[in-house]
Design a binder for this molecule. Structure first.
Ligand code: AMP
Ligand code: ZN
Length: 482
């Protein structure tokens, strides 16, 4: 597979440390509120990436953290802890908030066909791991204590800006323009590994540490959780573009300082979903959640379909008109697939051919739009319906837009609607006629059993002339009046 790598700033051939195995880490949600559909764009694209790697034959282990402490409102070291903010807003404890929004996040993921990661780890489960890592960084001279907090000294690492390619000063503008500088830092880009400072006294969750009672910084959480489950070498690390700086930049600095070697080769970042007025946020206007779009009548999978139509490296603008369009296209595809009839045999070469082409096109920097085009190619192909259904099901292992499943449900509901109509009709037939039809159906069945097909056909034709059409189903023969 070829994939854009934020570290090399090129589309590279995707390589792993151990042949055939992928260790994948994705920054998980900060569970202080519902995820908005922008956050979920990132998780949808990461899900497609994971599934594509599996589809191409890799054995993937995916770890995701749950941020339930330490993520401050500035993404840096200032502002209020987001979890505390959520708890105050809802008059609940931080752990209640964390539990509620973690469940809500995974419920949204399920609706969007996002697979549950192999390992999900809340930060509050890993305090000893954070303390061990911070202590090692202090012992190695990469960290220092000032005013009670433990800071990472970014001047001690070479190439602190390897991920962004910009100088720290350039990056500080914008990220930090709303906050005052922390005077305890030796360098502007230094960041907190462990907080004990009195200004965070109202912090609800605090733990004993060698540096006093406090709590971990957001960045150390991801490095430590990743190493706890995946060891010192990682193949791919994922997140949204806003994670590049400072979060992932700091993760690289502290992880490589800790292990003394290169940590992660591939960095995958998804561009943002914006609304028409700009950046999507949880505090302004219509807070766009999966439940909100569902309440307006949209299928969450139509939103997934909408996301897959665009490349993950381009910002995407959300509008209800665009979602309407995606929903209409989605419905049309479901109806087309519902008209296909499944048989017993299929063309294996056709399905293999589709798979090979799909791997090639989607494998070119996760081109999901070409993946969607494959659905149309399959439907247009000159091949039997069963092969089409098999090929659609196969590529849906990656796309997970669920079109075949939805089509089957539609067929099923149309069938039960039809049989309801037939039953209603049959109630109104004169009892003598009903008895006659039922007897003829039994005679036909016996003729079929005796392999007297011409008799069976003759009975069917006779019934047809009487205005009765037979319907053969797995459960037996029924009929409707013409
Ligand atoms: P958070 O819960 O704030 O830590 O964010 C969860 C994930 O959503 C992170 O990987 C962010 O990079 C990503 N993210 C935040 N805003 C957006 C957006 N508007 N579009 C796409 N991804 C986003
Ligand atoms: Zn992270």
């Amino acid at each position: 597979m070829k994939l854009y790598n934020t570290l090399t700033k090129r589309v590279d051939e995707f390589t792993t440390n151990e042949e055939g195995k992928v260790k994948m880490y994705t920054c998980g949600p900060t569970v202080y509120h519902f995820a908005h559909i922008g956050n979920l764009r990132t998780y949808i694209m990461e899900d497609v990436l994971e599934k594509f790697l599996r589809y191409s034959g890799y054995d993937v282990t995916r770890v995701m953290n749950i941020t339930d402490v330490g993520h401050l409102s500035s993404d840096g070291d200032t502002g209020e802890d987001k979890m505390l903010k959520g708890a105050k807003r809802e008059h609940k404890t931080v752990l209640e908030i964390a539990d509620f929004y973690r469940k809500a996040f995974f419920a949204d993921c399920e609706k969007l066909n996002i697979k549950y990661p192999d390992i999900v780890e809340p930060a509050t489960n890993c305090i000893p791991n954070f303390i061990e890592m911070v202590q090692t960084l202090l012992d190695k001279g990469y960290a220092y204590i000032a005013d009670g907090n433990v800071y990472f000294d970014t001047s001690k690492v070479e190439n602190y800006n390897c991920l962004t390619g910009h100088s720290s000063d350039e990056l500080m503008v914008g990220v930090r323009d709303d906050v005052s500088e922390d005077m305890s830092k030796k360098n502007k880009s230094d960041f907190v590994l462990w907080f004990t400072k009195s200004k965070f006294d109202d912090q609800e969750l605090k733990w004993e540490s060698p540096w006093g009672i406090g709590y971990p910084g957001w960045h150390i959480e991801c490095s430590a959780i990743c190493m706890k489950h995946l060891g010192n070498k990682l193949d791919i690390h994922c997140g949204g573009v806003d994670n590049i700086f400072p979060h992932h930049t700091n993760e690289i600095a502290q992880s490589e300082a800790y292990t003394g070697e290169k940590w992660c080769n591939n960095w995958f970042h998804v561009h943002h979903l914006n609304d028409e007025s700009g950046k999507m946020s949880k505090s302004k206007g219509d807070f766009l959640t999966v439940s909100l779009i569902e309440s307006k009548g949209y299928d969450p999978l139509a939103y997934r379909f909408f996301c897959l139509q665009s490349h993950y490296r381009k910002p995407l603008t959300f509008s209800y008109e665009a979602l309407d369009q995606a929903q209409a296209t989605y419905n049309k595809l479901v109806r087309r697939v519902a008209s296909l009839k499944r048989g017993e045999s299929y063309d294996k070469d056709f399905v293999e051919g589709i798979k090979a082409k799909f791997i090639q096109s989607v494998g070119s920097d996760l081109n999901t739009a070409l993946g969607i085009t494959a659905i149309y190619d399959i439907l247009k192909a000159r091949v039997d319906d069963t092969s089409k259904l098999m090929a659609l099901e196969d590529i849906d292992k990656v796309l997970s837009v669920g079109i075949v499943k939805k089509a089957m449900e539609l067929q099923q509901s149309e069938k039960s609607e039809e049989s309801k109509e037939n039953t209603e009709q049959q109630v109104n037939i004169a009892p003598e006629l009903k008895e006659k039809i039922e007897k003829m159906i039994i005679d036909r069945q016996e003729a079929k059993k005796a392999k007297d097909y011409s008799k069976a056909d003759a009975i069917r034709n006779e019934l047809k002339e009487m205005g009765v059409t037979l319907i053969d189903t797995k459960e037996g023969t029924t009929y409707k009046l013409d």
